[in-house]
Design a protein around this ligand. Structure first.
Ligand SMILES: *[C@@H]1O[C@H](CO)[C@@H](O)[C@H](O)[C@H]1NC(C)=O
Ligand SMILES: *[C@@H]1O[C@H](CO)[C@@H](O)[C@H](O)[C@H]1NC(C)=O
Length: 209
């Protein structure tokens, strides 16, 4: 029985110490928002509960006006997903977003490849509506689904100044799993997704599941 520490024990202790120190150390992320596929801003210290840096690029068509918007900032990992999603309410209102979450200082500085919308109709249709100041909306028309939008989704959330919005339409499978709190820049607004749910595309003509 030697009193000296085994190498494994030492390694474990060192790792534990680093983890503990890491937890108490605030993260810094680049913070910016602008039109276009990339934005530049200063590195800022995140709040204690924000353990991720986020970079998002969104292509959104709002009432027929197409915009590409970039956003970089701090986020909570519980509200941050890497990947992309797309939703379509109608030909004049749709949105596609690519995002990346990472956990090192300044790791959100590099731009993301721009979101590329697939405009090819896939034969599916979903009930569709769009409403402000509401948490739900009643479908008034059908959305024609494109690309990988194989699900019918309902989305609700907050626009800036806490204004509620609700939307229904076609969505990608990834849109069904959007974490509550996910931020989506859209034109001059920053939307917060609060809830998404998916329904089978009952009015599908074709490869519905
Ligand atoms: C775009 O991103 C790069 C990082 O790869 C950065 O160096 C550059 O300043 C950015 N450009 C603009 C216009 O924001
Ligand atoms: C675009 O969407 C159509 C319909 O879902 C699909 O057949 C096609 O492969 C997609 N194209 C690309 C480049 O992903």
């Amino acid at each position: 029985m030697k009193p000296s520490m085994k190498p494994e024990t030492f390694l474990l202790a060192a790792t534990l110490l680093c983890t503990l120190l890491g937890l108490g150390y605030p993260l810094s992320c680049e913070v910016c928002t602008s039109d276009g596929p990339n934005c530049s801003g200063k590195l800022k210290t995140c709040a204690r509960d924000e353990d991720s840096c986020l970079v998002v690029v969104t292509e959104s068509n709002t009432k027929g006006s197409l915009a590409v918007t970039s956003y970089k900032g701090c986020a909570k990992s519980s509200e941050c997903d890497s990947g992309s999603f797309a939703v379509t309410m109608n030909t004049e209102n749709y949105m596609g977003s690519t995002r990346r979450c990472c956990k090192n200082d300044g790791c959100n500085q590099d731009p993301l490849p721009a979101f590329v919308r697939n405009h090819t109709e896939n034969g599916l249709r979903c009930p569709s509506c769009l409403a402000a100041f509401k948490e739900t909306c009643t479908a008034t028309q059908d959305a024609v689904c494109v690309g990988e939008e194989t699900r019918c989704v309902s989305v609700s959330g907050l626009a800036q100044l806490g204004i509620k919005f609700a939307a229904r339409g076609c969505g990608t499978e990834t849109a069904c799993h959007t974490k509550p709190g996910t931020l989506v820049p859209s034109g001059s607004r920053l939307l917060t997704i609060k809830k998404t749910s998916c329904h089978p595309s009952s009015q599908a003509s074709g490869k519905a599941e």
